[in-house]
Design a protein around this ligand. Structure first.
Ligand code: CA
Length: 205
C-alpha cells in the first residue's frame, strides 16, 4: 500500500517535471543576471561617487568610472580572499570623504519586468559606517528616474566575514536598465569594502 502511494507521488512528480520542462516557468521569471568578476574587465563598468565641500545635499557630487579613480578611493579587481573564483572587487576608501558610493555596472532590464530582486556578497576590512543599498532606475534615454514605488532600502555595517545582502525594487514603467548603489551616508576613511557575486533577478510581477 505504501509502495503504491509512493509510486503515485513519483508519477505526479514526473508529470510536474514534464510540465516545467516543456511549458516553462510562466509565473516565476527565472531570468537572472549574474556577475562574479571572473571576466577580464567586469569592474571597468562600475563607478563611484562622493560629495565635496558642503553639508547635506549642498555639496557637489563627483562621479567617475571605476578605471579612473585614484582618490579619495579606488575601485579595482582584487585577488584577496574572493567570495568566488579568483576575483572580487575592492573599494578602497583611503581618504576621508563625504557620502562615498560604489555603483554597479548598468544591467539591461528584459521587457515585461515589473520587479527586480538583487543579491550581493559583501565584507570589509576596517570599521565601516552604516551602508545603504538601493536600486537606481534609468529610462530608454539613460536618464535616472526616481522610484515611483518606494521600497525599503537595505542597510548594513559590512562585517569582516562575507555576508550576503539582498533587497528588491518595483520598477517604474519603461525602465531600460538598473544599477545597484552602495552608499555610506557618513564620511568613511580608511576602510576597504569587498563585493562579489552580484545578481539581479527579473520578475514579471
Ligand atoms: Ca568572484
Amino acid at each position: 500500500m505504501n509502495m503504491m502511494r509512493g509510486g503515485l507521488r513519483k508519477g505526479r512528480g514526473i508529470a510536474a517535471a514534464f510540465f516545467l520542462v516543456f511549458v516553462g516557468f510562466p509565473a516565476w521569471g527565472a531570468d537572472v543576471w549574474k556577475e562574479d568578476f571572473e571576466g577580464p574587465s567586469a569592474v571597468d563598468k562600475w563607478s563611484g561617487q562622493y560629495m565635496t565641500e558642503g553639508e547635506g545635499d549642498v555639496g557637489t557630487w563627483r562621479w567617475q568610472g571605476a578605471a579612473k579613480w585614484t582618490e579619495p578611493f579606488t575601485i579595482a579587481l582584487s585577488q584577496v580572499n574572493p567570495h568566488s573564483g579568483a576575483n572580487c572587487v575592492e573599494w578602497n576608501i583611503h581618504q576621508e570623504c563625504a557620502r562615498p558610493s560604489l555603483r554597479s555596472a548598468q544591467v539591461t532590464v528584459p521587457p515585461g519586468t515589473k520587479r527586480v530582486v538583487w543579491k550581493l556578497w559583501v565584507r570589509a576590512e576596517g570599521p565601516a559606517p552604516e551602508g545603504r543599498l538601493s536600486i537606481f532606475q534609468f529610462d530608454g534615454a539613460n536618464a535616472w528616474q526616481r522610484a515611483a514605488e518606494q521600497t525599503p532600502q537595505e542597510t548594513a555595517y559590512p562585517a569582516a566575514e562575507w555576508t550576503e545582502m539582498s533587497g528588491e525594487q518595483v520598477l517604474n514603467e519603461g525602465i531600460h536598465s538598473v544599477l545597484l548603489s552602495f552608499l555610506f551616508e557618513a564620511a568613511a576613511s580608511p576602510v576597504k569594502v569587498y563585493v562579489d557575486d552580484f545578481s539581479v533577478e527579473f520578475l514579471p510581477e
